[in-house]
Design a binder for this molecule. Structure first.
Ligand code: UT7
Length: 333
């Protein structure tokens, strides 16, 4: 079974924003027990960008969305919906989408945040596309943004070296037949929630002195468990998506995986028998920016002239939840 939209919807513009402050592996090795050699060989990460204190998700989301609007020649007032995928919202409420709407001047849009961690952008992409396919909307913005530095325990060297801050944005619109989203699949397995989570700060365990002292407002991760799940689902999900649509890996112009670990991405590409030059990589410069990895990678691939209108592109993500998803599309411009 494939999942098809009632009318074709595609990405018609992209944008991105990273904070200026670049932190290299060598910078980290001066403040914790780690090394460039360990981080590069275990993850493929060379550097990441972190915000200055006081900068929130909306501060990165707004310039990323503005870049996409400028690229499309669209005014903020034309947008009808803004979906922000994030696990590091400015505040628990109001939603970061509301701040983005106000700051960018999208007077005619409604908006909401979507929480699916590293799969968030793909969930938001297909949610936005479904709004358009319903016939009720025609101009939707989707932003993937995370300020991971705000929830990292700098005393946990196995986790804090992995993440970066950033935002990627896309505009979705109706596109001609034969372009845009072809098929998608999303899954959740809540039984694996405890291998990647933030234990406190929600209604189950509200913030208290005790939760702060126990460092329960940071990312807690069982790295090797996440690693095994990621390799399996990224490869199997990608292969199944191609199979059920009658494509071979060699038909792909680009494979855009979530950027969590170069070894996970290489393993997925190897199982797909995909030539390495078809994979988009930005983890080396930006690390794992959670919901922002895929939209920023798309923006960078388009800017570098690596895809044209009609090219077949496969997007694949996994993350906390556990969540995972795959989207197959034909690039629309
Ligand atoms: O978006 C989804 C988010 N998360 C992921 O995708 C994470 C998936 N998992 C991973 O990427 C990997 O499991 C890690 C990169 C997190 C860890 O790599 P690993 O090869 O699984 O290493 P490990 O956890 O088995 O640790 C190996 C050693 C340990 O030392 P001992 O016990 O062997 O003496 C760690 O203490 O490496 C040590 N280590 C470090 N050494 C230097 C852990 N972190 C560091 C570090 N620098 N930053």
């Amino acid at each position: 079974m494939t999942r098809q939209l009632a009318r074709p919807v595609g990405i018609t513009a992209t944008g991105q924003c990273y904070p200026e402050r670049r932190v290299t592996n060598d910078d980290l090795s001066k403040v914790m027990e780690t090394s460039d050699e360990w981080i590069r060989s275990r993850t493929g990460i060379g550097s990441r960008h972190w915000v200055e204190k006081g900068v929130g998700a909306s501060d990165l989301a707004v310039p990323a969305l503005q870049m996409a609007l400028d690229q499309r020649g669209m005014k903020p007032g034309e947008l009808e919906a803004i979906i922000v995928a994030t696990v590091t919202p400015d505040t628990m409420f109001p939603a970061t989408a509301c701040r983005v709407q106000d700051a960018i001047g999208a007077k005619n849009a409604f908006g909401f945040d979507l929480s699916a961690a590293c799969s968030g952008f793909l969930y938001a992409l297909t949610t936005g596309a479904a709004l358009i396919a319903s016939g009720a909307y025609s101009k939707v913005a989707v932003v993937g943004v995370d300020v991971m530095s705000s929830i990292m325990n700098m005393e946990d060297r196995a986790t804090c070296v992995l993440f970066g801050d950033g935002a990627g944005a896309v505009i979705l619109e109706p596109v001609p037949e034969g372009l845009g989203l072809i098929d998608f699949e999303h899954r959740v397995d809540g039984s694996g929630g405890c291998i990647l989570h933030m234990p406190a700060g929600g209604s189950k365990k509200p913030a208290s002195h005790a939760t702060v002292e126990a460092k329960e407002h940071f990312i807690h991760q069982s790295g090797s468990e996440v690693f095994k799940f990621a390799v399996r689902e990224m490869a199997e999900g990608s292969r199944a998506m191609l199979d059920r649509n009658g494509f071979l890996p060699s038909d792909l112009k680009l494979f855009v995986p979530h950027q969590a670990n170069m070894r996970i991405m290489d393993a997925a590409a190897k199982r797909l028998e995909l030539p390495s030059d078809r994979m988009v990589v930005n983890i080396d410069r930006y690390a794992n920016t959670t919901a922002a990895t895929i939209p920023t990678a798309l923006h960078q691939a388009k800017e570098a002239g690596r895809m044209e209108k009609g090219d077949l592109v496969l997007l694949s993500a996994f993350g906390a939840g556990l969540t995972w998803g795959t989207v197959l599309l034909r690039w629309a411009y």
